[in-house]
Design a protein around this ligand. Structure first.
Ligand SMILES: [Fe+2]
Ligand SMILES: [Fe+2]
Length: 195
């Protein structure tokens, strides 16, 4: 079977048709921001863009379809016990490999952990996570401060971003996925160790 990644235009068209226009606009914002951040912090901009294109591919799938993909993959079924917001990231990573031929683990990790984060986030994972939060279409209290941090302090911007998203989950009385807490702890430890 030919596992070659489809060409960029075909990929963009395929992803676009799986989401409403506003989410496509968001995806383009994430692509643009991820490329800027990748260049700024020494990651591969081509991989950053590819992960950004696919990060929300499953976002508007029916819940059943996301669940089926996660069960078919089998390795991350635990996520089904947590907020459905997390599901599209795992389903997206799985179909990026299954349907789009992406084999690059860095790209797949950036898609898989773009919502939750995780302990020991790879550089590309950090970049896509942050790009998703601060792309030009995002508007929430504090977003400009995080954008400012992202100009020169990737980990500082990530911690500020995790603080915001965790605060939002607490406020909404939502369960917190343990990996998200570990992601923040790990970033804080990393910052302490480099200071
Ligand atoms: Fe997402
Ligand atoms: Fe997104």
């Amino acid at each position: 079977m030919d596992r070659k990644v489809m060409d960029r235009e075909a990929l963009l068209a395929s992803v676009r048709e799986q989401m409403p226009e506003r989410r496509w606009v968001h995806t383009q914002g994430v692509m643009e921001t991820a490329v800027i951040l990748a260049k700024r912090y020494g990651a591969d901009p081509v991989k950053a863009e590819l992960a950004a294109i696919l990060h929300d591919v499953a976002k508007f799938w029916k819940v059943d379809k996301m669940e089926a993909a996660i069960r078919e993959e089998g390795e991350f079924v635990d996520v089904l016990n947590y907020d459905k917001e997390l599901w599209h990231a795992h389903a997206g990573a799985y179909v990026s490999r299954r349907d789009y031929g992406i084999e690059d683990e860095e790209v797949l990790g950036a898609i898989r952990y773009h919502t939750s984060g995780r302990e020991g986030m790879a550089l590309l994972e950090r970049i896509v996570w942050l790009a998703d939060l601060i792309e030009p279409g995002r508007d929430f209290p504090g977003v400009d401060a995080i954008r400012g941090l992202a100009e020169q302090d990737l980990n500082g911007a990530l911690v500020a971003g995790f603080d915001t998203t965790l605060g939002f989950l607490v406020e909404k009385k939502k369960r917190i996925y343990p990996l998200t807490v570990l992601a923040r702890n790990d970033l804080l430890a990393e910052i302490e160790n480099t200071n």
